[in-house]
Design a protein around this ligand. Structure first.
Ligand SMILES: C[S@@+](CC[C@H](N)C(=O)[O-])C[C@H]1O[C@@H](n2cnc3c(N)ncnc32)[C@H](O)[C@@H]1O
Length: 231
């Protein structure tokens, strides 16, 4: 979905207490606590709550970039009392090599084409310091047919190798529900896109669901990368 469409569902998306908030986000905050970045960018940072909390875990300053006006409005409101956080609607004015860490949570599936993915990842590489760290979380492409605690899709796994395929997502927390479309990128596609953009893959981590026993498979995949040389 494009940023205008995200603006349409931004408030509804932000209001959902989805499993990421107790699995993905704390895992990344803990990681950031160890690296204590002087400057962090949350790319496609939505309502800004991830970055706001990252500052409490050891980050010194944070910038949230999002292209959707409704998300920017939410992020600005949430960050109003935090002077160490800035919210921007474009990355053009951000300097090359300005960031120790760039985080990209649940954004990869919003990007509709291979070229758009490489463009976004290349911009992230530009903004990272040499050796700077890239942290991404994506819905795990290998388990799109499972029903997880707060997330399910209509993606048939027979289409796994169809990179760029669109699929429907339903997110719910028992009280609220939001539906939107995402784009499927296989593991091969994501690693190839990182390599094309000059981001070196340093590790993968597959998180359990928040249900007792962790559920079936893994709803969320973390990709850890570093600024490298473009392919
Ligand atoms: C699923 S939301 C995730 C928001 C936030 N990162 C979070 O984890 O709560 C996806 C976000 O990506 C943003 N987005 C969509 N297309 C984008 C693009 N081309 N570049 C950067 N962000 C984009 C949307 O505006 C939206 O805020």
């Amino acid at each position: 979905m494009n940023p205008e469409e995200w603006s349409g569902i931004g408030h509804a998306f932000s209001a959902i207490s989805d499993a990421r908030r107790v699995t993905v986000f704390p895992r990344l905050w803990k990681h950031l606590q160890q690296s204590a970045p002087a400057r962090l960018l949350d790319y496609g940072g939505g309502d800004g709550l991830f970055a706001l909390e990252a500052l409490r875990w050891g980050g010194q300053t944070a910038v949230v970039y999002d292209p959707a006006p409704a998300m920017l409005e939410l992020a600005r409101r949430n960050a109003a009392a935090e002077r160490r956080m800035q919210v921007v609607e474009s990355t053009c004015q951000l300097k090359e090599g300005e960031f120790d860490v760039v985080v990209m949570n649940a954004v990869w599936m919003c990007l509709a084409t291979e070229e758009q993915c490489v463009e976004v990842l290349s911009e992230i590489r530009r903004l990272l310091k040499p050796g700077g760290e890239f942290l991404a979380s994506v819905t795990h492409p290998c388990f799109r047919d499972r029903r997880f605690a707060t997330y399910q899709t209509d993606f048939p796994m027979g289409r796994y190798l169809e990179d760029g395929a669109s699929f429907g997502v339903t997110m719910s927390d028992g009280e609220r529900e939001v539906r939107f479309n995402d784009t499927h990128w296989s593991l091969s596609a994501m690693t190839r896109q990182m390599q094309r953009a000059g981001l070196q893959l340093a590790g993968l981590e597959e998180l359990p669901d928040m249900t007792a026993g962790g559920g079936e498979g893994s709803p969320w995949l973390l990709l850890f990368g570093r600024r490298g040389k473009p392919f």
